[in-house]
Design a protein around this ligand. Sequence first.
Ligand code: GLC
Ligand code: CA
Length: 561
Amino acid sequence: MVKSDSWWKGAVIYQLIPRSFADGNGDGIGDLQGLTSRMSYLRWLGVEAIWLTPIYPSPLQDGGYDITDFENIHPELGDLAAFHRLLTVAHGKGIKVIVDLVLNHTSDLHPWFQRARWAPKGSPERDVYVWSDDPNRYADAPVLFRNFESSNWEWDEVAEQYYLHRFLRHQPDLNYENPWVQEQMLGVVDFWLERGVDGFRLDAVPFLFEAEGSRCEGLPETHAFLRKVRERVEANPRDVLLLAEAIQPVEEAAPYLADNELHGAFNFALTAHLFAAIASGSSKGLRKCLKDTQNVSPQNCWALPLRNHDELWLGDGHLVPDAVIEAIRTGLHQGHGHWLNWGINRRLAPLLNGDPRANRVMHALVYSLPGMPCLYYGDELGMGDWPGLRDRDPNRTPMAWTSARNGGFSSAPDPLLVLPPITAPGYDYRVVNVEVQKQLPGSLLNWHRRMLTCRRLLSALRIGDFELLDSSHPSVIVFSRCSESMTVLVAANLSAAGASLRLNLNRWAGARTREVLWGCEYPAAGEDWFVYLPSYGFSWWLIGEVEDSVNNPIDHFDDVK
Ligand code: GLC
Ligand code: CA
């Protein structure tokens, strides 16, 4: 059962990479101590949950998604006691903590894999991973990391067999046909539940089982195992979120959201459509994707990221139609030359050519659409990236806190830093950082905070029903969010050109109407409204009478220090 007042319904999730967020002990590497010390910032900003990319011991061939011990903390990040302190401080500030759970694979240095390759063929130890004498098995499963790998199989000299790896060759896939593997991984879930986490972001969930003649994604056995994960979570009295990373079209991602399976899933198709809309200035494809999303799953259970620690994944035509990929390819010039695997390897701000208006309208939509908005660390500042770093590191550079050395991320000498802070023109950390932007009322950072403050007060944006409305302008998307106590009308212009349009407000004729963000009273809604939205402009209108505390959300802007 989903508890009706689950904390994660409509919660804003802030994703961060602990190694890149804040360095507490001055060794150049971000850690749990550093993150804990920045919890007040996250509270000030107004996010409700943080999602930490993997914190486990790992040789870091894949940013920590290659794990050698599922029940411990990477020594560079701290230890279990530091994790406990982090949870305590976060909870004290009303912030939930979501950890990454990598079910599909381990590092090749995990003791299970080392044991498997030395164990005799066919033995229980060998059987913990997926082996084959023939590298042509499961030929219909696409190679995901195509810039790094040309096959999903790797020959192991010791085992004298091939092993399956849907990601890097350093990440052998666990064999979920083996009940022992299932039990171990359920044990990992229990372990972190007992530590008190508030949620799991389940990495790469579609790939747990394989079957010949299929893409090896979302097979019935995979869903059956995820239901077991859900049972474990249900056995815990706390309200724990299970959030799926399934980079699939909404119809294929929706089955993970069955009542007895996971609570939420990222809507990566919608993310791609948001970028296509801004790239083309047309809201048509976005509207269709929103309709499809509503049709397959009308609840507020989708998590919506703009960017994350990976490339902006667009896929091979399976996730979104080729036309959507083409619109992004031709419209977002800053993506040229930055393709990696199946997507674009840039941060949001540079991808939008540094235009803060585009940045704002994209986030405004994420904050207005149903589900859980996700904010990627640094994007609240319009932080830049370092193209040229290896793999996805361009998007994973240190958080810019101040104008001081290393952006206040670390006191270590430069060469020891986990990755170089951004000094690229236009994005230099001496200008683009938390300290500076806090002091500038019109900064992107203060804008995000204002949006999150308003959103917290507007229940309709958190849990309200979503309805797409007609728009008389191709660049403008219009929709309403209605909860029992209020209605919020949203309009957003995805084009660099201003847009004037007529809105039909028939159903609300005579109702009191206020623009929320600027606290401005409008004439009572009539039959029709003529609205002008400037370049990338958007508005939130509150329609009808509401409780006093909600009337002017902006008055509450300074409540949280
Ligand atoms: C997910 C992660 C990505 C990682 C991959 C393999 O897609 O987001 O960073 O490389 O899984 O674990
Ligand atoms: Ca450190």
